[in-house]
Ligand binder design. Structure first.
Ligand SMILES: Nc1nc2c(c(=O)[nH]1)N[C@H]1C(S)=C(S)[C@@H](COP(=O)(O)OP(=O)(O)OC[C@H]3O[C@@H](n4cnc5c(=O)[nH]c(N)nc54)[C@H](O)[C@@H]3O)O[C@H]1N2
Ligand SMILES: Nc1nc2c(c(=O)[nH]1)N[C@H]1C(S)=C(S)[C@@H](COP(=O)(O)OP(=O)(O)OC[C@H]3O[C@@H](n4cnc5c(=O)[nH]c(N)nc54)[C@H](O)[C@@H]3O)O[C@H]1N2
Ligand code: SF4
Ligand SMILES: [Mo]
Length: 754
């Protein structure tokens, strides 16, 4: 047991133990997490008949989701029992990549081959010649970062071009306030909304996020409805009329990609109208005068010119947010998906600071954590000499200081060019780069095919595995294995409990990584089994993994007002953990890495303002990636009830634009557009949907499309369906940031035979 003092956790009383019998079914209580994918870990009750999972329900005793589940968890039995799952490890020779000629092998052969090849590359080309790739926030981050770093490779990275997901918001926030914050929906308390310390936000500002469909980054979307029911006002900043936008007190329908200007416009109005929180700014903010001058040009009228949002609406939103005692910002990935994405996050954080919306009930709070999910686990195993070789870190400030990972676009560049050193092997665990997380499929194809040896660990045969894998490892889903939940946001001591045996010979990610980790670096992986490993992570709660199962979720201690109590800074002083001890509207941290110390709006590439001639040829603005209820990225297309909700990829077009274009609803079209500044054009196929909730001239389409039922050797149609054919792997000056949400495009008919 731990030598550390256990935390004073608060546990939840349950009617039943974690496993019990009911009406002839075995019932297992626990948490969801991927696989299949999701960022969250809702409380679930899993019913099994013998060894078959038959039903999943929301756990009404779990404070997190309080019995509610979204459609993807309700359909988990269909995913688990899918006849399309990978059941055995497979191999194929490098010459046969792209051909459907895999051979079944044993786990021993698969793991022995991986061990032998990776060690060979390490000895002959250095551990950095092996890249380790993961997808978005699934239950994989901790195990894969430790695997990469304990192997000795600094090149652990994410399958998203130029890190255009979440890291930029975290970085912008951390560099401005010294740390990271999340919206306070009472999720840190076991008694939730009844907790006497909690206060409902007076206003909730949903910015570039669709929380109901996305449930992203630790925040359960339904909490937004919970606070609205308790009286919170709502502002939504979104170019598309979402369900929430339709219910909002104020909806700012901006031109895609102009969020920073909206935030600066609101900040300027708050200052000019003297609506800012004088006490908070005087006590806890640095650089107010410089900031006030810097944003001075962003009058409501100028903001309207750039963003397309009426000046009165900018003013009204600023007033509503600033006059509230407690304002919560629920922000999303749209803010990260542009070239200069740090500017968006910084501008919004400054707006939060001007209005004093930190560290108090109903605002932005400091999440208690058991495991630093974001910066990775096992960093201590990477030597400084190896870290020096981290791709992107030497030439990109955001990669160097923004997170412990290598730059994803830099990893692609190294694969393409062999510079600054050759890349020999790629480990791909929970990524489907060719259908979803990667950009520009032509480049993705070349890059991963340059690697001599590729391993893919996934649930299904995907376009990525079919195109690149030399070895495929079949992975268990969450009802088939044990685990702990240590995702982002406010963490709890939570367990994922196995309800049924894994399909075929599937193994969990954790088992695979522990086994390989032991072979690469036994000292870094001292545990005999995964349960021991989990116990070591949750030891601060005072429970072992096995003990925690019955009491979970165990709530970690939480307090408001940490900055006033000297609990945020390492030196124990009051204030925020920045150079000045204040929230830096004028940021030393950004200044030190050669960036503008204050957030600045830059016009997006290929926009009607920055490239008017190009936009005559490509006159529409295309926003991609709006989340679908039934799909997590490129997943779930093979789950019949989820596919039925949205059977094919669509593009939402304003009905008047549609009439001008002369296309019919339901017709297949090509969306064509320039791929960043590469000079090339890309296209993807879509079905037309008339949607009055889009402004004229703006369109929206979903990402992650392929046809699991399609021809494997045509890569399941991924190459023609992937809207990232219009998106570049290139990055902004910081090394982070690619445009997904404001692309230039035109619509062309699909001809016979296409
Ligand atoms: N069901 C489901 N849930 C998911 C995922 C999934 O694929 N499916 N993916 C997960 C991942 S990794 C992430 S990062 C999150 C992302 O989830 P969200 O942050 O919700 O991201 P999106 O759905 O891409 O976009 C959110 C909203 O931004 C709007 N938008 C588009 N362009 C702009 C713009 O320029 N400015 C502003 N202000 N808004 C804009 C879109 O219309 C959309 O309503 O969801 C996670 N959850
Ligand atoms: N155009 C456009 N493109 C986008 C976006 C957008 O908004 N617009 N969003 C981007 C964002 S925010 C992100 S984060 C990326 C995400 O990109 P990725 O995370 O790479 O998402 P997928 O491409 O769906 O790949 C996930 C693969 O992992 C498998 N998988 C799921 N769960 C597990 C698990 O627990 N273990 C293992 N081993 N495998 C698992 C799935 O079957 C799937 O094949 O996509 C990006 N792509
Ligand atoms: S947000 Fe939805 S898919 Fe994710 S764990 Fe909760 S119920 Fe399941
Ligand atoms: Mo993401």
């Amino acid at each position: 047991m731990s030598e550390k003092e256990p935390l004073h956790v608060i546990k939840v009383e349950h009617t039943h133990p974690y496993r019990y019998d009911e009406d002839g079914f075995t019932v297992t209580r626990g948490n969801a997490w991927s696989a299949p994918g999701c960022h969250l870990g809702c409380g679930v009750i899993m019913y099994s008949d013998g060894d078959k999972l038959v039903k999943v329900e929301g756990d009404p005793e779990h404070p997190y989701n309080q019995g509610r589940l979204c459609v993807r968890c309700l359909a988990v039995p269909e995913a688990v029992n899918s006849p399309d799952r990978l059941l055995y490890p497979l191999k194929r020779s490098r010459e046969n990549r792209g051909k459907n000629v895999f051979e079944r092998i044993t786990w021993d052969e698969a793991l022995d081959t991986i061990e032998e090849r990776f060690k060979y590359y390490k000895e002959n080309f250095g551990a950095e010649s092996v890249q380790f790739w993961q997808g978005t926030g699934r239950d994989i981050a901790a195990w894969i970062s430790r695997l990469a770093w304990s192997f000795g490779s600094p090149n652990y990275t994410f399958n998203i071009n130029a890190h255009s997901c979440y890291s930029p918001r975290i970085f912008a926030c951390s560099f401005t306030t010294g740390t990271f914050w999340v919206g306070d929906y009472s999720q840190q308390f076991a008694d939730r909304f009844d907790n006497p310390e909690w206060k409902c936000p007076d206003v909730t500002l949903v910015w570039g996020n669709e929380p109901l469909a996305a449930n992203s980054d630790g925040a359960y979307g339904h909490w937004v409805l919970d606070v609205l029911e308790r009286g919170s006002k709502l502002i939504v900043v979104d170019p598309r009329l979402t369900w929430l936008a339709a219910k909002a007190d104020i909806w700012l329908q901006l031109r895609p990609g102009t969020d920073c200007a909206v935030a600066l416009g609101m900040a300027n109005y708050v200052i000019k109208e003297d609506l800012y929180d004088h006490e908070f700014v005087d006590m806890w903010c640095y650089g107010f005068d410089e900031f006030a001058e810097h944003v001075g040009e962003w009058t409501p009228e100028r903001t309207e010119e750039v963003t397309g949002v009426a000046a009165e609406k900018i003013a009204a939103a600023a007033r509503l947010y600033a006059q509230a005692d407690a304002g919560l910002v629920q922000w999303g990935v749209a803010l990260d998906q542009r070239i200069d994405n740090l500017e968006n996050g910084r501008a919004i954080v400054c707006l939060m600071a001007l209005t004093g919306n930190f560290d108090k009930p109903g605002t932005m709070i400091q999440p208690p954590e058991l495991l630093k999910y974001i910066t990775g686990w096992g960093r201590e195993w990477l030597t400084p000499e190896q870290d020096e070789k981290r791709l992107g870190a030497n030439y990109h400030p955001a990669v160097r200081v923004g997170s412990g990972a290598a730059g994803s676009s830099d990893c692609i560049e190294a694969l393409l060019t062999g510079k600054p050193y050759p890349i020999k092997a790629v480990w791909m665990q929970s990524i489907n780069s060719l259908a979803c997380g990667g950009a520009d499929t032509e480049v993705t194809m070349k890059a991963f095919n340059n690697s001599e040896f590729n391993v893919v660990a996934d649930l299904f045969m995907t376009p990525t595995a079919m195109a690149f894998a030399d070895i495929v490892l079949p992975i268990a889903m969450f009802p088939e294995r044990n685990g702990i939940r240590c995702g982002d946001g406010c963490q709890r001591g939570e367990t994922i409990n196995q309800a049924v045996s894994p399909a075929g010979e599937c193994r969990s990610d954790m088992e695979v990584n522990l086994e390989l980790g032991r072979r690469f670096n036994p000292e870094a992986w001292p545990w005999e089994n995964v349960e021991q490993m989990f116990s070591s992570i949750v030891e601060e709660t005072g429970y072992t993994f096995e003990e925690l199962r019955d009491v979970a979720p165990a709530y970690l201690p939480f307090e408001y007002g940490l900055h006033e109590k000297g609990k945020l800074r390492k030196d124990g002083g009051v204030g925020f953990p920045t150079t000045t001890g204040r929230i830096e509207l004028w940021s030393h941290a950004f200044n030190n890495i050669g960036m503008d110390p204050m957030p600045t709006y830059y016009e997006q590439d290929n926009s009607p303002m920055s490239a008017p001639e190009l936009c005559e040829e490509f006159p529409y603005i295309l926003s991609t990636g709006a989340r679908q209820w039934g799909y997590f990225h490129s997943e779930h297309r093979q789950v019949p009830h989820l596919r039925a909700l949205h059977p094919e990829p669509t593009v939402q077009i304003n009905p008047e634009d549609l009439a001008d274009l002369g296309f019919e609803e339901g017709q297949w079209v090509w969306l064509e557009g320039p791929i960043g500044k590469t000079g090339r054009t890309g296209r993807c196929k879509r079905k037309v949907e008339a949607y009055p909730g889009m402004a004229r001239g703006v369109m929206c389409t979903e990402h992650g499309w392929w046809h699991p039922e399609g021809d494997p050797e045509k890569l399941y149609d991924a190459l023609e369906l992937n809207c990232n054919n219009l998106i570049t792997w290139d990055y902004g000056t910081t090394g982070w940031g690619a445009n997904h949400k404001a692309l230039a495009c035109r619509v062309c008919p699909v001809k016979d035979g296409e």
